[in-house]
Write a protein that binds this ligand. Structure first.
Ligand code: ADP
Ligand code: MN
Ligand code: MN
Ligand code: MN
Length: 491
C-alpha cells in the first residue's frame, strides 16, 4: 500500500542528547548572563558591534570562461507587476501621526522595492514617503516619522541529522527599513529546539543577513546564527560559523524536492502509482505536472526575487511531483544563506496550499522513482583564474581522501540515493568524470576545455543536506591542497 510506503520512509527526527550540548555552566562566571546581553541589545536600537557581520561585497574578478549570473546587488524586481496600489493619501491622518496601511493582498509591495547598493537587498517599501499628499507629515525633522517593522528572526534548530527552520517575529520602530547593522541580538528558548536544557535555556540569535519580506507590509526576514549566552561564541549547532571566510568562493546549489500532500507526492493517485517516469522532467501540461505545482513554483520564484535572493531558475524534475530550483552566490556563505531563506519561503508558501515540502533524498524508497539531490557547484578564485590539470588532480585526490567526511554532511540516508543508478555514483566511492553524470564530481566540458579552469559540480549532496555544512566541508578540503604559489585556494 503506497501510503504506508511514504510514511515508512519518512525520516524521524532524532534528538541531540542533551549532554552533548555544552551547558551554559561552562561559560558561567566569565560572561554576562544572556539576559544582560539581551537587555543591552534589545532595548538599545544603536548598532552593537558584536551583532555586526559585514555584508558580502562581490569580488571584482570575474570569470571570463563561463557565464556568471547577475549579482544580487544589481537586481531590481521591476518586472513584478504591481498589485492593488496602496493609497495612504486617501486616509486623513491627523498631523504628527504616521498613516498606517493595511495589507491589501499577500504580495502587495514588490513593485515598490528598490535595490539598495549598500547592503545588497531591496529597500523597504516607502509607504510613508511615496504619497504626494503634502498634508501628511513625512520626514518632519522635529519629530521624524517612525515606522513599526515586522522582523522575522529565522534560525536553524538543534535537530539531527537535519536541522529545522524556526522563526519568530519582533516589532521594532525605525525611521527606515533597518540595515543588518541596526538589528539587535535577540534570544529564544533553546530547550524547545534541542539547543539547551531547561535549567538554562536561553540561546542568542545574531542577525547575519537580512532580506525584505515580500509577504508582509514593512517586513524583514532576518537570517540568524545561534550563539551561546555570551552572544559571541557560536552554538555547537551553528554550522555557518564553521565556513571559512572567502569572498572568492562561489557556490551554486540545485535544490530538488517533492511536493507532498496527504502523505504522498502531489499528483499521485490515492493508491498505486501514476504513469512511470519519462514525461515529467521539464514537462508541461496537466498530465505531466498537475494543476497547483506550477502555481506554487512560480509564486516561490517571484517571492525569492522580490526578497533579493539570487534564484537562478526552475525545472520540473524526473519524478511526478518533483521540482528543482537553483541558487547562486559569490562569497563562501552567500548561496547557503539564500538557500536556507528560499527553503523558508517555500515552506511558508506551502502552508497556503496545504502542501508540504518533502526534502528526503529517497522518499519513495527503493523504487524506480528518482531521489532528490542538491548538487553543489563550486569554484574558488584560484580554480577560476589559474587551475590546471596538476592542481585539479591533487584536488580530486583530496576529495577522495576525505570522502567519508563529505558524505557525513551531504544529507542523511544518502546510501539509498547514491547507488550507482539514476545518474549517481555509489556513496562509498569518489570519482570524477568529464560531463559524467554518473560520477561523484562532474567536470563540465568548459572546465576541461579551458585548461582545467572554472567550476566543478559535486553531485553527492542530497536534498536534505545543510548548505552551510556542505560549503564548509568543500572549502575545508580545498584549503588542504596547496596551490602552485604555496598557499591554498580557500583562504
Ligand atoms: P545541471 O542541472 O546541468 O547540473 P544547473 O543549470 O541546474 O545545471 O546548475 C548549474 C549550477 O552551477 C547553477 O547553480 C550555477 O549558478 C552554478 N555555477 C555556474 N558557474 C559557477 C561558478 N563559476 N562557480 C560556482 N557555481 C557556478
Ligand atoms: Mn540542475
Ligand atoms: Mn536536477
Ligand atoms: Mn546538477
Amino acid at each position: 500500500m503506497f501510503r504506508k510506503f511514504g510514511k515508512w520512509l519518512r525520516p524521524e527526527p532524532q534528538s541531540v542528547p542533551v549532554e552533548t550540548i555544552p551547558s551554559s555552566a561552562a561559560t558561567e562566571g566569565v560572561v554576562e548572563t544572556v539576559k544582560d546581553v539581551l537587555s543591552d541589545a534589545v532595548l538599545d536600537t544603536e548598532p552593537k558591534s558584536e551583532a555586526v557581520v559585514a555584508t558580502y561585497e562581490p569580488s571584482a574578478a570575474g570569470d571570463q570562461s563561463i557565464s556568471t549570473p547577475a549579482p544580487v546587488e544589481a537586481y531590481v524586481p521591476a518586472e513584478i507587476s504591481a498589485p492593488t496600489p496602496l493609497e495612504p493619501a486617501t486616509v486623513a491622518a491627523p498631523s504628527g501621526v504616521t498613516p498606517t496601511v493595511e495589507p491589501v493582498s499577500d504580495m502587495p509591495i514588490a513593485s515598490t522595492l528598490s535595490a539598495d547598493p549598500d547592503n545588497g537587498f531591496a529597500a523597504a517599501p516607502a509607504i510613508t514617503t511615496e504619497t504626494n499628499d503634502t498634508t501628511i507629515p513625512v520626514n518632519n525633522e522635529e519629530s521624524p516619522a517612525m515606522t513599526k517593522y515586522k522582523l522575522e528572526y529565522i534560525w536553524l534548530d538543534g535537530y539531527t541529522p537535519v536541522p529545522n527552520l524556526r522563526g519568530k517575529t519582533q516589532i521594532k520602530e525605525f525611521d527606515a527599513m533597518p540595515t543588518l547593522e541596526q538589528l539587535p541580538l535577540w534570544g529564544f528558548d533553546g530547550s524547545s529546539t534541542l539547543q539547551a536544557d531547561g535549567s538554562s535555556s536561553d540561546c542568542v540569535l545574531k542577525p547575519v543577513r537580512v532580506f525584505p519580506d515580500p509577504a508582509r507590509i514593512n517586513g524583514e526576514l532576518v537570517m540568524c546564527e545561534v550563539m551561546m549566552p555570551d552572544g559571541v561564541t557560536p552554538h555547537p549547532s551553528n554550522q555557518r560559523a564553521t565556513i571559512l571566510d572567502d569572498d572568492g568562493a562561489w557556490f551554486g546549489f540545485e535544490q530538488e524536492y517533492f511536493f507532498y500532500q496527504n502523505g504522498r507526492p502531489l499528483g499521485f493517485p490515492e493508491s498505486g502509482y501514476p504513469e512511470p517516469q519519462g514525461k515529467y522532467y521539464t514537462g508541461v501540461g496537466y498530465g505531466s505536472v498537475g494543476n497547483i505545482a506550477r502555481q506554487i513554483v512560480e509564486e516561490h520564484l517571484d517571492i525569492c526575487l522580490a526578497a533579493g535572493i539570487n534564484h537562478e531558475g526552475i525545472n520540473a524534475e524526473v519524478a511526478k511531483g518533483q521540482w528543482e530550483f537553483q541558487i547562486f552566490g559569490k562569497g563562501s556563505k552567500k548561496a547557503a544563506d539564500e538557500m536556507w531563506m528560499a527553503r523558508y519561503l517555500l515552506q511558508r508558501l506551502g502552508e497556503k496550499y496545504s502542501v508540504d515540502i518533502e526534502y528526503h533524498c529517497k522518499p519513495l524508497g527503493d523504487t524506480d522513482w528518482n531521489g532528490s539531490g542538491m548538487h553543489a557547484n563550486f569554484s574558488t578564485t584560484f580554480l577560476r583564474d589559474v587551475g590546471g590539470k596538476e592542481y585539479f588532480e591533487k584536488l580530486m585526490g583530496a576529495f577522495e581522501a576525505n570522502c567519508a567526511d563529505h558524505i557525513a554532511v551531504y544529507g542523511p540516508d544518502n546510501h539509498m540515493r547514491l547507488t550507482g543508478l539514476h545518474d549517481t555514483q555509489r556513496s562509498d566511492q569518489c570519482s570524477w568524470g568529464i560531463a559524467d553524470r554518473g560520477a561523484s564530481i562532474r567536470v563540465p566540458h568548459s572546465f576541461a576545455n579551458n585548461g582545467f579552469k572554472g567550476y566543478l559540480e559535486d553531485r553527492r549532496p542530497n536534498s536534505q543536506g545543510d548548505p552551510y555544512a556542505i560549503a564548509s566541508q568543500i572549502l575545508k578540503t580545498i584549503a588542504s591542497v596547496p596551490t602552485s604559489a604555496g598557499s591554498t585556494a580557500a583562504a
